[in-house]
Design a binder for this molecule. Structure first.
Ligand SMILES: *Cc1c(COP(=O)(O)O)cnc(C)c1O
Length: 407
């Protein structure tokens, strides 16, 4: 056997250094999955003559509430709108403080700002990256009027502790459950725990309508207010005003918003709901697959469902053990990209964004757990369309890069 004197491509060489990438085509970090059923329902809606908010949006709101264990549901244009409606429906405004997680998407905090209330940020639990009940307790003041939880990545928050704090204060809990449709805490579906819960149907969320969301609650009067505010402040059945049973007459009770969801998009959501249980089974299977394949890799810490929770597995966020690696997170992501594996980072802590740094004025060091989590965080691909082969490729790429940069 003749050995080449200078192997141009040592086996296992990083793709960035001329080695063969782990896979030939790029695997995105997230992808929606629209099936034939969704397409069929959209075509039916387009042909029906009713393409704005109507029967399909009503159906989607009702069925999401059912799935989430809540009495009332309203389909809206986004989760951002859903959280905003929850805050407004509960009467939050100037002079009030709302405690929320530092480790979330900007919209959670932006909508608090929109109401005129002050966002008060709280640190996260290092293990789950969900808002830490002990940090909420420290952030309470006489002006605290609500707690806005974030079920990070699909992991339910510690609702026992959070609901106990809220009850003791007589304040409501709002849940930003953009990631957590299908999750459960001690057997109770996400959507049945907080006073009001918001879900996202954004393109890459666990259930999608392209853009969209829903808000659910058991409180009928609150739902009436949110529905009224979602459509210009007109009364709840104003959407029916062009039907045979509707009336041209309406009254505007508040300067409301335009947060309704079109029936074209709602049709996509109804189709997705029919497949949702299967989506969630596959997400859990993939999360288990990661855990089995990467358990022995000491350079990465893996997410785990907290005891008592059914995790909705929207994200698969790993934490790099940077102390064991010679590369930083940016390099790790670049190397995975070269191996044709897409990743992202969820999230940049809110207090580090220029706007919130300037307006809220939290110093660096204010949220030690979020600041420790952020530079280690890498979200790996996780979505029902991923094959076992895709999963193997991601894990092979993680092992390859980690091996190269092992201390
Ligand atoms: C996606 C997301 C939102 C916003 O959802 P939209 O439907 O895009 O408005 C809010 N909060 C969190 C945590 C999210 O990830």
């Amino acid at each position: 056997m003749t050995e080449p004197s200078t192997p141009a491509r040592a086996p296992g060489a990083l793709a960035s250094q001329g080695g063969a990438p782990v896979r030939a085509t790029y695997l995105p970090v997230a992808l929606p999955w629209i099936g034939e059923r969704e397409k069929q329902l959209v075509l039916e809606t387009l042909d029906s003559g009713w393409i704005t908010t109507g029967p399909r949006a009503q159906e989607l709101g009702r069925r999401v509430a059912e799935l989430a264990g809540a009495r009332h549901g309203l389909a809206v244009s986004s989760c951002t709108a859903a959280i905003h409606l929850g805050l407004l429906g509960l009467g939050l405004g100037p002079g009030d403080e709302v405690i929320t997680s530092d480790y979330t998407f900007a919209s959670t905090v932006n909508v608090i700002t929109h109401t005129g209330a002050r966002p008060v940020l709280a640190d996260i639990e290092p293990e789950t990256l969900c808002i830490d009940p002990k940090a909420i307790e420290r952030a309470l003041t006489p002006r605290t009027r609500a707690i806005l939880t974030v079920d990070y990545g699909g992991q339910p928050c510690d609702y026992d502790a959070i609901l106990a704090l809220a009850r003791a204060r007589g304040i409501p809990v709002l849940a930003d459950s953009a990631h957590a449709l299908g999750g459960r805490w001690r057997g109770q579906p996400i959507g049945s725990l907080a006073t009001v819960t918001a879900f996202s149907f954004y393109a890459i969320k666990n259930l999608t309508t392209g853009e969209g969301g829903a808000v659910v609650t058991d409180d009928e009067a609150l739902m009436e207010r949110m529905a009224m505010l979602s459509l210009h402040g007109m009364d709840r059945n104003a959407w029916k005003r062009y039907t045979s049973t509707g009336s041209w007459y309406y009254e505007v009770a508040a300067a409301g918003y335009k947060y309704n969801l079109s029936d074209i998009l709602a049709a996509v959501g109804v189709g997705q709901l029919e497949r949702f249980a299967g989506f969630q089974r596959r997400r859990a299977e993939l999360a288990d697959g990661y855990a089995a394949r990467l358990a022995a890799v000491r350079e990465v810490r893996l997410p785990r469902a907290r005891a008592g929770a059914v995790h909705a597995w929207h994200l698969y966020p790993i934490a790099l053990e940077l102390e064991r690696l010679t590369c930083d997170r940016a390099r790790f992501i670049e190397e995975l990209r070269a191996e044709n594996i897409g990743t992202t980072v969820n999230f940049i802590p809110i207090h580090l964004h220029p706007y919130y740094r300037d307006t809220l004025g939290y110093a660096a060091g204010s949220f030690p757990a979020a600041e420790d989590a952020y530079p280690r965080a890498v979200t790996l691909p996780l979505y029902p369309r991923m094959s076992d082969r895709d999963l193997d490729d991601v894990c092979a790429a993680v092992r390859k890069v980690v091996t190269h940069f092992r201390r």
